[in-house]
Design a protein around this ligand. Structure first.
Ligand code: NDP
Ligand code: 2IT
Length: 448
């Protein structure tokens, strides 16, 4: 068996039932086969891939907190410090009932390569809890965040590990986490990103993932003789990434006709009213039914009752911005039948492996999440820079740096795909560029 196959088998054997983690590892390993083939014996002797697929450290802890009625709850807490070859561990904290070690490990593994693509000095990590902030009072969310930080604080720091937001973790949660970190350590430092703008948060971080997704999508379309202007776009999700993807797509002249949450989706042929969506989701924390109730042109679809989703709508560009494996083979077939031109991942691994293969085989331009949604973590790294120099940059300065980073990522992955004879395979391009950078740093630093 080849070295790559040996390592993949080891991952499956040693991490049984961690299917999301297997999926993320398999995609990367398959992409880098031509790179490994050039130096297979050396990599094997150095156990480079075995080291790459094993987290440097995993911290698992209990998180006891008290609800408004006095009931004590215990949630799990986890932080995976995956790889620090090119910088301090960096990656978000996910708060969602579906959080398991497999989910956090797949996200942490993806983060290593995403962070390498940004060109900034950040290693890969991820964390979270099965706590569900939905339906909890602000005081309960605060109680949870404080309890979570009471353990996490001893493992993180501005120069060691810098967590941030992800699903279920937004500005409110980062604020409570930061307050508790500061109370416990007495240090005011850039230990978290996505902070409030009054205490070290960068302008443009809230918008960064969604805006960055559109900057790289536009660059890819331009390079292939097209543009996002006047295209129709379907988006899934209605959280941080989705909202600012919709906003930037509209600014660039596209018509976005769908968004979704975990229970339903909205078709709005006149184009999503993004200010109304922000009011419903960011301010009032309501369901999408509340959006549809206030918008005449919108039709609400219940996912369970109708057994369908937003991918049935005919559009030119699809932007999955909700969660992993939300776009499956059947969805990909529908998108292709409807003539979709491009699928660009705002979420992490939203497309299943067979759906990705089908889209690529059918000539759909496909940008993988580790490239397409890298704008969020890139801007987090810009927040770290501002915190280190104790300065704030203007929105325009941050936004223009973000745009530059996204454009550069596209050209790096495009070039690598061509160099390895896989023109326009941006999955392969992204994995190869990132692997070459991280592996070079690991080899140079010796066996550690
Ligand atoms: P939010 O919590 O702000 O929004 C998540 C959205 O996805 C909500 O609309 C939510 O619906 C929906 N969703 C979540 N879980 C599921 C599920 N199991 N099934 C269906 N819908 C679901 O998260 P973000 O927007 O921050 O994150 C979205 C994706 O983008 C994630 O994959 C995340 O890892 C990725 N990402 C985020 C970055 C960031 O900076 N925030 C950066 C890069 C990637 P509901 O409210 O009903 O749960
Ligand atoms: O998946 C991601 O890149 C994020 N959730 C953002 C991580 C960060 O550190 O900003």
């Amino acid at each position: 068996m080849s070295y790559v196959d040996d390592v993949y088998r080891g991952v499956v054997d040693q991490n049984p039932s961690q299917t999301e983690f297997h999926q993320a590892v398999k995609e990367v390993l398959d992409s880098i086969r031509p790179v490994i083939a050039r130096r297979e014996e050396e990599y094997r002797r150095e156990a480079l891939l075995e080291r790459l697929v094993a987290p440097e450290r995993q911290i698992i802890f209990r998180v006891p907190w008290i609800d408004d009625k006095g009931q004590v709850h215990v949630n799990n807490g986890i932080r995976v410090q995956f790889n620090s070859a090119i910088g301090p561990y960096k990656g978000g904290l996910r708060l969602h009932p579906s959080v398991t070690p497999s989910i956090i490990k797949f996200l942490g593994f993806e983060q290593i390569f995403k962070n390498a693509l940004t060109g900034l000095p950040i290693g890969g990590g991820k964390g979270g809890s099965d706590f569900d902030p939905k339906g909890k009072s602000d005081r309960e969310v605060m109680a949870f965040c404080q309890a979570f930080m009471q353990e996490l604080y001893r493992h993180i720091g501005a120069d060691t590990d810098v967590p941030a937001g992800d699903i279920g973790t937004g500005g409110r949660e980062i604020g409570y986490l930061y307050g508790e970190y500061k109370k416990l350590t007495g240090r005011f430092e850039g230990v978290l990103t996505g902070k409030g703008k009054t205490f070290g948060g960068s302008k443009g971080r809230v918008e960064a993932t969604g805006y960055g997704l559109l900057y790289i999508t536009e660059e890819m379309l331009n390079s292939n003789g097209m543009s996002i202007k006047d295209k129709t776009v379907s988006v899934s999700g209605s959280g941080n990434v989705a909202i600012y993807a919709i906003e930037k797509a509209q600014q660039l002249g596209a018509r976005v006709v769908t968004c979704s949450d975990s229970t339903g989706w909205v078709y709005d042929p006149e184009g999503i009213d993004v200010e109304l969506l922000k009011d419903v989701k960011e301010k009032k924390r309501q369901r999408l039914t509340a959006y549809a109730a206030q918008r005449k042109s919108a039709v609400y679809h219940d996912k369970k009752k109708e057994n369908n989703n937003q991918w049935i709508i005919k559009t030119d560009v699809a932007l999955p911005c909700a969660t992993q494996n939300e776009l499956n083979l059947k969805d990909a077939q529908t998108l292709v039948e409807n003539g979709v031109i491009a699928v660009c991942e705002g979420a992490n691994m939203p497309t299943t492996a067979d759906a990705t293969a089908f889209l690529k085989e059918n000539g759909v331009f496909f940008l993988p999440g580790k490239a397409a949604n890298a704008g969020g973590v890139a801007t987090s790294a810009l927040e770290m820079s501002q915190n280190s120099e104790r300065l704030y940059w203007s929105f325009d300065e941050v936004d223009s740096k973000l745009k530059h980073i996204m454009v550069k990522i596209f050209h790096k992955i495009d070039k690598a795909a061509r160099e390895y004879g896989m023109e326009k395979d941006y999955v392969a391009g992204a994995n190869i560029v990132a692997f070459l950078k991280v592996s070079e740093a690991m080899e140079t630093q010796g066996v550690v």
